[in-house]
Design a binder for this molecule. Structure first.
Ligand SMILES: Nc1nc2c(c(=O)[nH]1)N[C@H]1C(S)=C(S)[C@@H](COP(=O)(O)OP(=O)(O)OC[C@H]3O[C@@H](n4cnc5c(=O)[nH]c(N)nc54)[C@H](O)[C@@H]3O)O[C@H]1N2
Ligand SMILES: Nc1nc2c(c(=O)[nH]1)N[C@H]1C(S)=C(S)[C@@H](COP(=O)(O)OP(=O)(O)OC[C@H]3O[C@@H](n4cnc5c(=O)[nH]c(N)nc54)[C@H](O)[C@@H]3O)O[C@H]1N2
Ligand SMILES: [Mo]
Length: 765
């Protein structure tokens, strides 16, 4: 199947509009399409606007929307074909409950009563801290806001987080540390204007293929931008790069400090902007002083000259656009490294003007909403848990007591929620729209937690998964295209997603499931009114608008009706944030008081007010430390994990769709030519990777990856295989996380490599 690099280009020059190109894929003749229903792509964070074709009561295809500000009509391979998973024959259609050790078909009343009874019992016997929720970056904003209201406002448990913890917790953390609040400064329109684009640990060619097409079209047009790629692998992005920096995994912070060293040393930092709009310059300058290109070259195992070249391009750029993603967020010193990208933009005053944007990129389609709505480790509306006035505001909105909303400390992060479940402190864990039995690190440990008898596990999904197999109750959900709601991409564009068809069998929208639970629990506000106060997507959206009003993520002025067929950014009328040099960082307004980037210790309100009384942008510095697990004699390779173009995560959707499955049928490992030679391995050979935690058997794929580094896609669990514990990359990864964002380190483990025995499962890729 064609990669974006191979499709026809629509070249354009700086400042020109990106030409539109309408992509579509239909399984019926266009004359047989009854209706087109507006939505946006859900297999990445780009938010590509598209319409679903409905024919005879079934989804029958997709068509990109030419007028959408994000994609100008284009679709990537997953979006062309992935919708077909909705029609897969093995969707969950009835609630399941565990009886005598087996999951059996049941009905909604039985399943929901079981959950409500269990919750009531736990609240009475052990209190709110015995109930936990682990949700997603793939529901709609109305669903997250409802779940946040239930968990934080009604039950009063601190244990609610999203799989966004595995994904963009570091994006949020980096934005808060530098600017005082979450919220992406940039616009995808910056690609049209940039003279320099830098991708930090972001394999955009495979993970946001339409955004990549925008970049490729600029590269093919007049006055193309310089492209800098920071990735240990020779990805497609690297192949197109003006400079490719391939740091040894886990050394990002040293590299960033080296780039900042050069910017300051060579006089490319803008003193007026820094003086007027930032605090912390002296600390930053002192911290990076010793990071000479030669020193950094030794740490990152790079030529010093490459670092100088990259720094010069960045230092002389007039319109600099940067993106950061998992190569930073899931690696060593994640937040500290991501913050340095913000620092580059602050030092050079590269914010809030066409072509001057930084993206602490998102991954999942609706991750931004998980964060905004407080279904992760934040309070709704980017409110600060450590600011009593913010908590009281929320309590007024919900008409509950502020003391009922947990805010003694930060909301519990996902890794800690699982640890609490492991220790028996949680009596119930409710998992929605995520598959932790494949996506969390150190799977042998996760399986032992999910399998604990004392843990009542509820799993809400659209398919049977590795995680539903552990559940006590399985709730069948309606998928995208079968329910309505809104969601927000990585450049703050909000799309409305319509209901095209009915869900299969008894499956219900996630929103209905959460509200049904609330009614069975009979939650009440302080006036005895049923809480949450809303009853459907429309009323949930309105409630969310009220909650967001006056906060950075202000949704007032938007509505489902306005969003139908048109993506619109928040806050209304603002393409780019911070062009005026003002930041949401005032002590009374900011979302977070920040952290020490090395220890993760939180800064308190008083110290913050002293450090940043006027709410300026913050230049935060940190020194490089080696990763917690490094190659050793027994485990001589650095393992990194990630994605491929044709699959989404644990493949519950893409693994059910031709031609995506045939494009990438089974797990492989990427290794360098010289490592392959040294181990007597040739392309297609079966190989075994071991870490202290487990084993993966994969097929060898020899590439231009750095020597000493192995790459595994993490997509392959076992719902479609009988290989239970030797196929998923996370058999090998470790239980450790970034001290600030608490995001697990999926890209830093040490493993051994050996030629494996050929087995019945080995397939060429
Ligand atoms: N096709 C596809 N697209 C997707 C998804 C998918 O599953 N499939 N998932 C979506 C989601 S949720 C997310 S979060 C995004 C993720 O999107 P990306 O972050 O682009 O994807 P990854 O492959 O996880 O990692 C990016 C790169 O990080 C590099 N890397 C590893 N270690 C290091 C390091 O130490 N330093 C540096 N500089 N780089 C390193 C890897 O070689 C890899 O190429 O993709 C989204 N889009
Ligand atoms: N080793 C390694 N591990 C990783 C990563 C990595 O790069 N390397 N990346 C991490 C990242 S960035 C991410 S985002 C996570 C992703 O990890 P997961 O969230 O576990 O991945 P998915 O397969 O997307 O799981 C989503 C689940 O939700 C279900 N679902 C889809 N739509 C709906 C819906 O509307 N309602 C309900 N109720 N269910 C629905 C799907 O069937 C699926 O089972 O993995 C993380 N794990
Ligand atoms: Mo993600």
């Amino acid at each position: 199947m064609a990669h974006a690099d191979d499709t026809a280009r629509t070249p354009y020059g700086p400042g020109e509009p990106w030409p539109s190109r309408v992509d579509s894929f239909l399984t019926v003749d266009e004359s047989e399409v009854d209706t087109w229903v507006p939505t946006a792509a859900v297999l990445h964070s780009n938010g590509d606007g598209l319409d679903l074709a409905v024919s005879g009561g079934r989804i029958a295809g997709v068509r990109g929307r030419a007028g959408d500000r994000v994609n100008h009509g284009r679709l990537d391979p997953k979006d062309r074909y992935g919708w077909q998973a909705n029609n897969a024959p093995d969707r969950l259609t009835r609630p399941l409950v565990r009886r005598d050790g087996r999951l059996v078909e049941s009905d909604w009343d039985t399943a929901m009563d079981l959950i409500a009874e269990r919750t009531k019992h736990l609240l009475a016997e052990r209190g709110p801290g015995s109930v936990g929720f682990y949700t997603s970056g793939q529901l709609f904003l109305e669903e997250y806001y409802t779940l946040a209201a239930i968990a934080r406002g009604a039950i009063g448990t601190p244990h609610l987080d999203g799989n966004t913890r595995l994904c963009t917790a570091t994006a949020a953390a980096a934005l808060k540390e530098s600017f005082g609040s979450d919220g992406q400064p940039g616009s995808y329109g910056d690609i049209d204007h940039a003279d320099t684009i830098v991708l930090y640990g972001h394999n955009v060619a495979e993970t946001q293929a339409v955004l990549w097409e925008r970049m490729l079209d600029r590269l093919a047009g007049p006055n193309p931008p310089a492209l800098i790629c920071v990735d240990p692998r020779t990805t497609r992005v690297a192949e197109h790069a003006t400079v490719h920096l391939a740091p040894f995994p886990g050394t990002n912070l040293a590299l960033m400090n080296g780039l900042l060293h050069e910017l300051i040393e060579q006089g490319w930092a803008g003193h007026d902007y820094v003086a007027e709009h930032t605090v912390g310059y002296a600390d930053l300058a002192a911290q990076v002083e010793s990071y000479t290109p030669e020193r950094v070259a030794r740490i990152c195992r790079l030529p010093a000259e490459r670092i100088r070249e990259a720094a010069e391009i960045i230092g002389r750029a007039e319109r600099l656009t940067s993106t950061v993603l998992q190569g930073f967020y899931q690696s060593n010193q994640a937040t500290a490294s991501a913050v340095q990208v913000n620092n580059i933009h602050l030092l050079r005053g590269m914010l809030g003007r066409p072509g001057r944007g930084v993206f602490q990129m998102n991954g999942q389609p609706t991750a931004q909403n998980t964060r905004e709505c407080g279904a992760d480790g934040d309070l709704p509306g980017f409110r600060n848990w450590a600011n009593d006035a913010h908590v009281e505001e929320l309590a007024r909105l919900w008409n509950v007591d502020a003391s009922h909303i947990p805010h003694d400390g930060p909301p519990t992060h996902a890794m800690e929620i699982f640890a609490l479940a492991g220790k028996g402190e949680l009596g119930m864990l409710w998992v929605s729209a995520t598959n932790p039995a494949v996506s969390m690190p150190d799977l042998a440990r996760i399986r032992s937690i999910l399998g604990k008898d004392e843990l009542f596990l509820v799993v809400q999904d659209i398919f049977p998964t590795e995680t539903t197999a552990f559940a006590d109750v399985v709730l069948p959900a309606a998928a995208w295209g079968e329910k309505t709601g809104a969601f927000t991409n990585a450049d703050r564009t909000v799309h409305y997603s319509g209901k095209a068809v009915d869900p299969p069998g008894q499956a219900r929208p996630d929103l209905d499931i959460f509200l049904d639970f609330a009614r069975r629990m009979d939650f009440r506000d302080n006036d005895g009114k049923a809480f949450p106060h809303w009853h459907d997507t429309e009323s949930a959206f309105h409630a969310w608008q009220d909650c967001s009003a006056g906060r950075p993520c202000d949704y007032t002025g938007l509505s489902h009706a306005k969003l139908r067929g048109e993506g619109i950014q928040w806050p209304l009328g603002t393409e780019r944030l911070y062009g005026d040099g003002r930041f949401p960082a005032a002590p009374s307004y900011c979302e977070d008081f920040g952290h020490d980037l090395i220890s993760g210790d939180p800064v308190d309100a008083e110290a913050y007010a002293k450090y940043n009384p006027d709410g300026k942008a913050m230049l935060k510095a940190a020194g490089y430390l080696p990763p917690p697990e490094q190659p050793s004699e027994d485990y001589p390779f650095a393992l990194i994990t990630g994605r491929t173009l044709h699959h989404f995560h644990t493949r519950t959707k893409t693994g059910r769709v031709e031609p995506l499955t045939s494009a990438a049928p089974d797990v492989w490992v990427e290794l360098s030519h010289s490592d392959a030679r040294a181990h007597g391995i040739t392309e297609g050979d079966p190989v075994e990777l071991r870490s202290p935690r487990g084993l993966v058997r994969a097929t060898a794929k020899i590439s231009a990856i750095r020597d000493g580094v192995l790459f595994l896609p993490f997509h392959y669990g076992y719902w479609d295989s009988d290989r239970h514990d030797d196929r998923a990359a996370n058999e090998l990864t470790l239980t450790t996380w970034d001290p600030v964002s608490k995001q697990p380190l999926f890209k830093t483990a040490a493993v051994s490599l050996a030629r494996g025995r050929p087995g019945p499962h080995d397939q060429g890729v």
